[in-house]
Design a binder for this molecule. Structure first.
Ligand code: ZN
Length: 240
């Protein structure tokens, strides 16, 4: 079953995305959403037959079914799988900030540029884009994602040193980096999460590089005994 994507409202703009077809069913709306960790900062969110891939690091992600790929920023460890995904999934589109989409302009109409504060609806998902702050490289635009569907609100902030834009977003699951330098350090991540107070989401650790995610998880548990934190393995389905 298909539905024409036709015209999508982005802020005050109208952006036509041409002949692209959206492959999803109305029954997708009632299916339970799932989250799968793809390694590094990569995730696949599935709602019924509709699959969203976030920050695919390598072409290995091409084996993941995909209707839409979203990249928080242009660094290779977040966009390395984009070409392979678009090749293997002829109906899939790429969404990203202007630095990301500039890198993949060869895909023409299958690439859609978004900015902070915009809302984008596709399939059973509603997306919001949040300005984040990449560590070290000040010129890099890091645009976090809030992906909402019935049964799940998932937050992904890319490589950011502050989680400010996500405080109060009422997420079910929040993926956070802890590597330091490029993003929040373990210590900084705890300090940032303290800002969430009552609405502390379920935290999934990602992008830890040389840090110990398990040590972070223990620190999290002692700091926030009533909240949950998980360290996922590559390919793992995350229960929430
Ligand atoms: Zn990165």
């Amino acid at each position: 079953m298909t539905e024409s994507a036709s015209v999508i409202h982005l802020s005050n703009h109208l952006i036509g995305i041409g002949p692209i077809q959206e492959a999803w069913c109305k029954s997708d709306l009632t299916a339970a959403p799932t989250i799968r960790y793809l390694g590094h900062a990569g995730f696949q969110l599935q709602k019924g037959s509709y699959s969203l891939v976030i920050d695919p690091r390598s072409k290995d992600a091409a084996n993941t079914p995909c209707d839409m790929v979203y990249c928080t920023h242009r660094h290779i460890d977040h966009v390395g799988g984009v070409n392979a995904i678009l090749e293997h999934n002829p109906d899939a589109i790429l969404i990203g900030n202007r630095q990301v989409t500039a890198k993949f302009s060869k895909w023409g109409e299958r690439v859609v540029t978004v900015s902070a504060g915009e809302v984008f609806n596709r399939g059973p998902w509603k997306f919001e884009f949040i300005n984040c702050q990449h560590g070290l490289f000040k010129g890099v635009i890091d645009l976090g994602l809030l992906a909402r569907t019935s049964g799940l609100t998932f937050g992904h902030c890319g490589d950011t040193v502050t989680f400010d834009g996500f405080v109060g977003a009422q997420m079910d699951v929040f993926a956070i980096p802890i590597c330091g330098v490029l993003a929040a350090s373990p210590k900084r991540a705890i300090a940032e999460l303290e800002k969430f107070s009552e609405q502390m989401p379920y935290v999934v650790v990602m992008h830890w590089l040389w840090r110990s995610p398990n040590r972070f998880a223990r620190r999290f548990a002692s700091q926030f005994p009533d909240s949950r934190c998980t360290v996922p393995s590559d390919g793992e389905i995350i229960s929430f």
